[in-house]
Unconditional design. Structure first.
Length: 175
């Protein structure tokens, strides 16, 4: 899968509905600076409805699964991805900073821009659809890693317990 598969040639489309489908795999995600995705199998469907020469609505649906490292044991964890994003595209003669508001569901392209590259947006929305804490159930984590994580934990808590001094003071007053 190349990033070029998510480039929609808006000016070349005739008025009407058009559907573009792509399958994203690990190679797509490795093209970005982030290496958080170990593997992927994601289907992207982009429905383009060109209403006029300067008005286009787009619905992007993404479904599939990405494999990321578990935050606890660093082993492979499959996470489902399923979202739908709608937005509209309009064209202008000059790019104006005021035409695209922050948080807006509209995209404004200069008249000379004939292609809409959705690769960065799809990547961003896939990454945003993942939970902040990506962990297996503790029973599914690698037992060797868990034993290293939890070994010595009680010793550390007892050595650095600030209330241990109070125990000795309490016992000294009884004598």
């Amino acid at each position: 899968m190349d990033k070029k598969d998510l480039v929609i040639p808006l000016n070349d489309l005739v008025i009407g509905s058009h559907c573009f489908r792509s399958k994203l795999e690990k190679e797509f995600f490795s093209g970005f600076d982030e290496d958080a995705v170990m593997d992927a199998s994601v289907e992207v469907t982009v429905n383009v409805d060109k209403r006029s020469s300067d008005s286009v609505s787009i619905v992007c649906e993404v479904k599939g699964e990405v494999a990321v490292p578990c935050d606890r044991c660093l082993c492979r964890l499959s996470m489902p991805v399923d979202f739908r994003k709608s937005f509209s595209v309009s064209f202008c003669d000059m790019a104006d900073e005021d035409t695209e508001g922050e948080g807006s569901e509209d995209v404004v392209l200069c008249g000379k821009d004939s292609d809409l590259d959705l690769s960065q947006w799809v990547y961003d929305y896939v990454m945003l659809s993942l939970p902040l804490r990506k962990v297996h159930d503790e029973s599914e984590c690698d037992p060797a890693v868990l034993s290293r994580i939890y070994s010595g934990k009680t010793d550390v808590e007892e050595k650095h317990n600030p209330f241990a001094v109070l125990k000795s003071l309490y016992g000294a007053g009884d004598e």
